[in-house]
Design a protein around this ligand. Structure first.
Ligand code: GAP
Length: 432
């Protein structure tokens, strides 16, 4: 499907996954809002990550640090000095571009009259408090990771963990990208899911390899075909200022391979820098061996928008049901925004009370939708397009046999299930 991106973008807008931000004012510079289905998908992606990284492990704990941090953090981390992209201006049409992305020709007007490249810092600057001067400058964080490093000692003390152990965090990050684009793939405001794994210095390489495999598996477990994923190791000249080795988990987007997540060996760079700038000791003291060391850090850092885009692209399918074309999102059950749709066969008053009862029974267990508009066929199509794994239909027989028909999104199989067994039946199939 050559126009797969277009189809997914259209579906995302049509069905309320993603809206352009401030749309009634013409949108705002590659920012997006997540609609009723999008916010559920986004939460499910983040919950699946939290579950794999925190809930199911006993060596990782969570954190939720502030977006605004002391400006010294960004001095220590190196972001003030080096978190830059090379920027060029086209003297002809005045557009600005990333020098490394365009060569010597302006993509807008074709002119070769470009300025010399100069470093452009990607951090958003703001002022905190009522006075706007040098002393009130603050930055919106460009990665969530630094909130973890500056809390290393707090977490170590309160959680009683010892290396190897990790701290996980999800949250908004901001980068004044020169060229955002490809829908929610590259935006200026985005959500990250990052985990810093602190290990004894001689175990860095071992854990780097472990996390590369582990993170790749997370995507395949959630339904992305293995052939659409690959691990790409960075060349030395590509490495970030803090990294001794990085591998990207890449997804085969319709426009080519693109980064989903980066796994970096940050060594002891960040803790050492923060110890130097803050004057605090950021190290681990092993009471049994008497050993004292600055842990090395392995960091899997993923983006929520990018993985949502990949999950949507991988799930999008078109097939035919009873001679009619249908669009279906074959999302993993755990990611599907709505798990169950309750659909009375007709809008007759006789069916509504029972249908509402079934809806009330299910909605405390699963994210459900209730829909009694249009024909049943059209309602099935709507649910298929939203990726809903199961539709529960209440028909006239239900009033007598106290059973409903459950339709499976993928196999289209229909089971007759007694209402009293419905929760158990759905729970077994949804594994949520
Ligand atoms: N703490 C390390 C770090 O931030 P990164 O590779 O710059 O590393 C990690 O970012 C992930 O965050 C990327 O793999 C991507 O998924 C996501 N990300 C980064 N910049 C983004 C942007 N402008 N829009 C959307 N996602 C972005």
């Amino acid at each position: 499907m050559a126009d797969l991106t277009e189809k997914v973008v259209n579906l995302a807008k049509r069905r309320g996954f993603v809206f352009p931000s401030s749309e009634i004012y013409g949108g705002f510079r590659s920012t997006y809002d997540y609609g009723p289905l999008g916010v559920l998908l986004k939460r499910n992606v983040m919950d699946a990550w939290w579950r794999a990284m925190v809930q199911e492990r006993d060596d990782i704990v969570g954190l939720d640090a502030a977006v605004l941090m002391a400006p010294k953090v960004w001095e220590a981390s190196g972001h003030l000095a080096t978190f830059t992209d090379p920027l060029v201006d086209c003297r002809n049409c005045k557009e600005r571009w990333r020098a490394d992305q365009i060569g010597d020709t302006c993509p807008n007007c074709g002119s070769h009259d470009l300025t010399e490249a100069r470093p452009f810092n990607l951090m958003f600057k703001t002022h905190v408090g009522p006075v706007e001067n040098e002393g009130s400058v603050a930055y919106l964080r460009p990665e969530t990771a630094q909130g973890i490093f500056v809390n290393f000692a707090n977490v170590l003390q309160t959680s009683r963990k010892k290396p190897p152990f990790g701290i996980a965090q999800q949250g908004k990050s901001f980068r004044n990208e020169i060229t955002p684009g490809n829908f929610i793939f590259r935006t200026r405001e985005f959500e990250q899911m990052e985990m810093e794994f602190f290990v004894p210095p001689d175990q860095g390489q071992k854990w780097f390899e472990y996390w590369c495999e582990e993170r790749l598996r997370w995507y395949t477990d959630l339904g992305i075909p293995a052939e659409s994923l690959r691990l790409r190791h960075h060349d030395p000249e590509e490495l970030s200022h803090y990294s001794a080795g990085t591998a990207d988990v890449e997804f085969l987007y319709p426009w080519g391979w693109g980064e989903l997540e980066g796994i970096a060996n940050r060594t002891d760079y960040d803790l050492t820098q923060h110890a130097k700038f803050s004057g605090e000791r950021l190290e681990y003291f092993d009471q049994t061996s008497g050993e004292r060391y600055v842990p090395h850090v392995i960091e899997p850092a993923a983006g929520v928008g990018r993985s949502m885009m990949a999950f949507l692209l991988a799930a999008y399918d078109e097939d035919e049901v009873a001679g009619e074309a249908r669009t279906v999102l074959r999302l993993h059950h755990r990611l599907a925004p709505t798990k169950v749709a309750v659909l009375p066969l007709s809008r007759k008053d006789t069916l509504t009370p029972t249908a509402k009862e079934v809806y009330d029974l299910l909605k405390v267990h699963f994210m459900c939708d209730y829909d009694e508009t249009q024909s049943i066929g059209r309602r099935y199509r709507r649910q298929d397009e939203a990726g809903t794994p199961h539709c529960v239909t209440i028909d006239f027989e239900t009033l007598d046999d106290k059973a409903v028909t459950v339709r499976d999104r993928d196999t289209l199989a229909q089971d007759r299930v007694p209402i009293e067994r419905l929760v158990e039946y759905l729970r077994e199939r949804l594994s949520v």
